[in-house]
Every structure is written in C-alpha cells, then in structure tokens.
Design a protein around this ligand. Structure first.
Ligand code: SAH
Ligand code: SF4
Length: 338
C-alpha cells in the first residue's frame, strides 16, 4: 500500500473525492472527515454511520492510525504511549494534563541523528522520518485516551523537526485546520540547523518557535551538541533574529541547566549579553537524568540564582520542571525501541 492512500492527513475535499471514487455518495465525505478527526475512529468497524457491508470490505491500514503498544502513567498523571507504526517501528508520544490544558508532546522522527550528549533519543541513533499521518495520529490517540480535547501540541518528542520539515508542516496544517488546534498553541522546538530556521520562517506559521540553545558560548555548545561544530552560535542567533523579522513572532530559547557545565554566574551573564534587545523568552530546563550520560541536575538554589540573574538583566525567563519524570516520559528521556 502506498502512503499516498492513507486517509489521515487528507482535507475534507480530498476525503470527499476519495469516498466518491469508492462508489459512495459525496455527503459521506463529511461523515468520514468527522469520524476521523472528531471522533478519532481507529477502524472501519468504529464508523457505524457507513453501510456494514461496505465497511467490511475496507482495509483498516488505509486509515493511517498506529496501535498503542504500551502506556505508562507517572504519579503526576503524565502518560507515555509507545505507539507501533505500520512497519512495526515504535515511537513515543506523551500526554501531559493540567487543570486547564492537555498538551501532547509528539515525535517527528524515529530516533534522532543529532546525537546531543544529554538526550536519550540522541544516544539511540536515527531510523527514519515520520510521515504526517504518523504525527497526527499521536494527537488523536492522546485525545481519545484522555477523553478530552487536546489544547496544545509541542514538537519536543523524539527527533529533530527541521530535518523532517515537509511532513511536519503538513501535520501542522492538519492539526490546525482539521483537528482545530490554533497555531499559537503549537510549538516547534529545534536544536537549530543552518538555513532551516529561515526555511521555516518563510512558511509564515503562527506557531511558537523554540530553539534549544543550552549554552552561552560556542565552546560549551559544541561539547553538548555535535552539530554546533558546523553552526557557530553567532550564525544561529543571526538566523533567529531573521526569524523574528520575517514572521513578527518572538523566539523562545530553551536552556538545559547542567550542574557545573553551563549554570554558573558567568554563563548567565554571557547569555544575557547575547539576548539583549532580542524579542525572546528563555525557558530554563533543569536536566532530567538519563542513564547514558553522567550530567547532574543543579540544586533548586542554583536554578533560582540563574533565573534571578537573567531577570535582573531584563530577560523574560521562566523555569520548566519537566513532567513525567518517573515514567521516563520527561524531555530527553524518550528512547528508540526495537
Ligand atoms: N530535537 C528538538 C526537539 C526534541 S528535544 C530539540 O532538540 O529542540 C525537546 C527538548 O528536550 C529540547 O529542548 C531538548 O534539548 C530537551 N532535552 C533533551 N534531553 C534532555 C534532558 N536529558 N533533560 C532535559 N531536557 C532535555
Ligand atoms: Fe535530537 Fe533534540 Fe535529542 Fe538533540 S535534543 S538528540 S536534536 S531530539
């Protein structure tokens, strides 16, 4: 079966065209659209609105849904799903509930080629890009499992979204137009790749754009992120400024705090110097331990000192303590499986 035939990711006119080609009346296109995106149907059996005989003649694979292979629930109610793709590969998606929101952390690739030293995904290597429907499926799965509408989507699961831009953009359009989640409630996070930030900017999306900076100078960044070797911090920051110019949207910088590595007062000072006059928000992420690396999370006191130092420099900044730590579902803890 070619992936072109997968229904998930198709718009209402495309679904209507498909169903009429199957000999069904065109009003059935709207029904199919609702069953796919509103009701999150997994199989033709679910879609009781269609004639039974016709449903029985259809192949479930064409719908484009993955299967839940495993789910673990952390004490804070964050749930990590292992999802099995049509070719048997496993990816991870995380549902993060709060009183007002349900956020899904989606994967964009199976594994990641970037090899960041503090990230479990990066330690496991890269297998393949996800197709748009495999990204969309993660949201529909979490929505159905929690029994409530997903309000936010963050591309912070496995993979580097800018290395799979066409499928990520396609998924963003469907999430926005067909699942009905506003672009401003979507976040794309990238470690940063030359030219790719500008390529994304030209799509003029209203999404929140986050860049994983993690270091206040080139030397530290290269130690943490191998690709930084070919992408000087100065060029990354220049392209981020261009992003702001092109889109009119601010850039969020993510900064993992690693004890003794990048969390010292002179790092905060250096960071503030880089970001002066920049329309930005800094998200400090205390490191989540992974077995493959021996970094330490700084003390709460150190985190607060770093935070306050940036505040004093008039930088908009907050701390993000990751959810789901106990279920290995927190940032950086998602692993490739076989
Ligand atoms: N590849 C993209 C998006 C996925 S990673 C990126 O790197 O931005 C999502 C976020 O989790 C990134 O900010 C990443 O740096 C962070 N992260 C990775 N490993 C982590 C760890 N061990 N502890 C805390 N955050 C981590
Ligand atoms: Fe890939 Fe992001 Fe992990 Fe780096 S932090 S290895 S870019 S997923």
């Amino acid at each position: 079966m070619s992936t072109q035939e997968v229904l998930l990711g198709k718009s209402l006119p495309q679904l209507t065209q498909w169903i009429t080609q199957q000999g069904q009346p065109s009003y059935r296109g709207k029904q199919l659209y609702q069953w796919l995106y509103e009701k999150g149907a997994n199989s033709w059996q679910d879609m009781t609105v269609f004639p039974q005989k016709w449903r029985e003649s259809q192949d479930n694979n064409i719908i484009g849904r993955s299967q839940i292979n495993y789910c673990s629930i952390a004490p804070d109610q964050t749930r990590k799903y292992l999802l099995k793709l049509a070719d048997g590969l496993i990816i991870e998606a995380v549902g993060i509930p709060t009183s007002k929101r349900l956020t899904v952390c989606v994967s964009s690739q199976v594994g990641c080629i970037m090899g960041c030293d503090f990230c479990a995904t990066g330690k496991g290597g890269f297998t393949r890009n996800l197709k748009a429907h495999e990204i969309i499926d993660q949201i529909l799965t979490v929505q159905k499992e929690f029994g409530e509408r997903v309000s936010n989507v963050v591309f912070m699961g496995m993979g580097e979204p800018l290395l799979n831009l066409p499928e990520v953009i396609k998924a963003v359009k469907t999430i926005n137009e067909d699942i009905g989640i506003g672009q401003r409630s979507l976040t794309i996070s990238t470690v940063g790749l030359p030219q790719k930030i500008l390529e994304l900017a030209h799509h003029q999306l209203q999404i929140t754009f986050a860049v994983s900076l993690h270091a206040s100078n080139q030397e530290v960044r290269e130690k943490l992120i191998p690709s930084a070797n070919h992408y000087p911090l100065s060029q990354l920051l220049k392209e981020c400024r261009e992003y702001v110019k092109i889109t009119g949207r601010r850039v969020t910088f993510e900064y993992i705090l690693l004890a003794g590595v990048n969390d010292l007062p002179h790092h905060a000072k250096e960071l503030a110097q880089h970001l002066r006059g920049f329309q930005t928000h800094v998200n400090l992420i205390p490191y989540n331990p992974i077995s493959e690396a021996d970094y330490q999370r700084p003390s709460k006191e150190r985190v607060n000192d770093f935070l306050n130092q940036l505040k004093q420099e008039n930088i908009a900044v907050s701390v993000r303590y990751s959810r789901g730590l106990e279920a290995d579902a927190a940032c950086g803890q998602l692993r490739i499986r076989s």
